[in-house]
Design a protein around this ligand. Structure first.
Ligand SMILES: [Zn+2]
Length: 111
């Protein structure tokens, strides 16, 4: 269940000869930072999107919706950033996990 547990080998060797290729961060081109202070997320009042739109059940097939709450890395964006309320965040994460299971969304930490 916990896909965040990394099974790192016994003992991290301090010798740095073991490098496994480039880290799989899907960053094509690697754009430069956005100039100025980049606040990307909703900077409005943080109101739960689902409460506002009165979405009670979150459909796990709605990838476009779920995608808004999944970071590029595949991780679920914490609700501190999205403003989603706790009960909805819970449903959201459940939906995201279901979506992952049917390969609609990537798993976190995979690259
Ligand atoms: Zn809500």
């Amino acid at each position: 269940m916990a896909d965040e547990t990394r099974t790192s080998g016994p003992g991290e060797s301090s010798g740095g000869s073991e490098s496994r290729g480039p880290r799989g961060g899907g960053r094509p081109g690697g754009g430069p930072r956005e100039g100025g202070g980049g606040r990307k997320y909703f900077r409005r009042k943080k109101v739960c999107k689902f409460c506002v739109e009165k979405i009670e059940s979150i459909n796990y097939k709605d990838v476009r919706l779920l995608g808004q709450f999944v970071a590029e890395s595949g991780k679920i964006v914490p609700r501190r950033l999205t403003g989603v309320c706790t009960p909805h965040q819970r449903r959201l994460s459940t939906a995201i996990k279901q979506a992952r299971n049917i390969a609609l969304l990537p798993f976190a930490g995979r690259a």
